[in-house]
Design a protein around this ligand. Structure first.
Ligand SMILES: NC(=O)c1ccc[n+]([C@@H]2O[C@H](COP(=O)([O-])OP(=O)(O)OC[C@H]3O[C@@H](n4cnc5c(N)ncnc54)[C@H](OP(=O)(O)O)[C@@H]3O)[C@@H](O)[C@H]2O)c1
Length: 313
């Protein structure tokens, strides 16, 4: 076994936090936060890689603020497009494997060529044509392409609607608004699969383990590539919000008062909730490839929500 470390970027993010725990089960993991390596500065990134000599780079860092990206296209591009290119170049040059993450928002929402879903559309397969609708999706797609075309050995995991009990996400926002007694008017015409960050980290760690990718390129050159990693099933943001409210008694501290009514969620249309960035109306990912190659299947989204709420950090 190589004594070279794994280098993880984005450790303070939702997926990064769980990756740190998963990967540390069996290796040294270097996790420089922004104060040590600012990923907007290519020289800092290169120097850190050259000095730390990792066997594998795992990049969970990204510019993920979908609406803010519309006004901060340069920063979004630097994180989501230029950084993956730089990492892939370094990896190719130094014989290091690369694990990178991308998004369902590379798709336009019209549906793909994969398995039919209960809403009557077909999930997106890895080779369906991306057609992003917003700056975030376009910058993430550029990052994907840079990795895919670099010649480096890589695993690229496209994820969908990520949440966790840490960081910034829809679950925590819904809990905060409900606790503040705010009305919950949530869009009911965008479909996806809410996915627990820990389930993504566990799946990525398992794929890395199976490929022996932490010890060098291992099986990455043969079985690397792009994979969809998402919870099973589909729902809308409104459906997800209602499932969160159905579980108030499972919420972590502070406990929901027993005499307080459960918050109700009102369904609205996307057109009644204008946002800076346009979002795809449907971004369910077909995960058959992950199952066929690695034998990994993520639980249904509602089961994952239960597990997340029962496992506070
Ligand atoms: N969130 C979603 O719903 C979603 C959906 C689909 C796919 N994805 C993809 O999944 C991956 C992980 O997403 P996530 O939700 O875990 O992300 P996240 O919680 O927003 O975390 C982003 C990470 O990037 C770091 N970062 C940003 N700018 C940086 C900079 N200049 N220097 C150093 N670090 C910087 C952040 O550090 P700071 O804490 O210092 O800001 C943080 O650790 C990303 O590739 C994302 O595109 C996310």
């Amino acid at each position: 076994m190589s004594d070279r470390p794994i280098l993880l970027f984005g450790v303070t993010g939702q997926v990064g936090m769980d990756l740190r725990v998963q990967l540390a089960h069996w290796r040294d993991v270097l996790c420089p936060p922004r104060t040590v390596v600012n990923l907007l500065w290519p020289d800092e990134v290169r120097t850190y890689i050259r000095v730390s000599r990792p066997s594998l780079i795992v990049n969970a860092a990204a510019y993920t603020a979908v609406d803010a990206a519309e006004d901060n296209a340069d920063e979004a591009a630097a994180l989501n497009a230029d950084l993956p290119l730089l990492l892939a170049e370094e990896c190719l040059q130094r014989g290091i494997g690369l694990v990178h993450f991308s998004t369902d928002y590379v798709f336009d929402g019209r549906g793909g060529s994969g398995a039919p879903t209960p809403s009557g559309r077909r999930a997106y397969r890895e080779d369906d044509r991306p057609e992003p609708l917003n700056v975030y999706g376009r910058t993430k797609l550029r990052g994907e392409s840079a990795v895919q075309q670099s010649g480096a050995a890589y695993l690229l995991f496209r994820c969908c609607w990520v949440y966790s009990l840490m960081g910034r996400n829809f679950l925590l926002t819904m809990q905060r608004l409900a606790r503040e007694g705010r009305s919950l008017n949530i869009v009911d015409d965008q479909l996806g699969s809410p996915t627990w960050a820990r389930a993504i980290a566990v799946a990525a760690d398992e794929a890395i383990r199976q490929l022996g990718a932490a010890d060098g390129l291992g099986g990455l050159e043969r079985f690397g590539g792009t994979y969809h990693v998402a919870a099973g099933g589909e729902t809308t943001w409104c459906g997800f919000a209602r499932a969160i409210m159905d579980r108030v008694e499972q919420w972590p501290l502070p406990r929901w008062p027993q005499d307080r009514e459960r918050p109700s969620v009102r369904a609205i249309a996307t057109k009644d909730y204008p946002t800076k960035a346009v979002r795809p109306a449907f971004s369910v990912l077909d995960t058959a490839k992950l199952r066929e190659v690695f034998g990994i299947t993520l639980a249904d989204w509602s089961q994952q929500l239960d597990e997340c709420l029962q496992n506070p950090p």
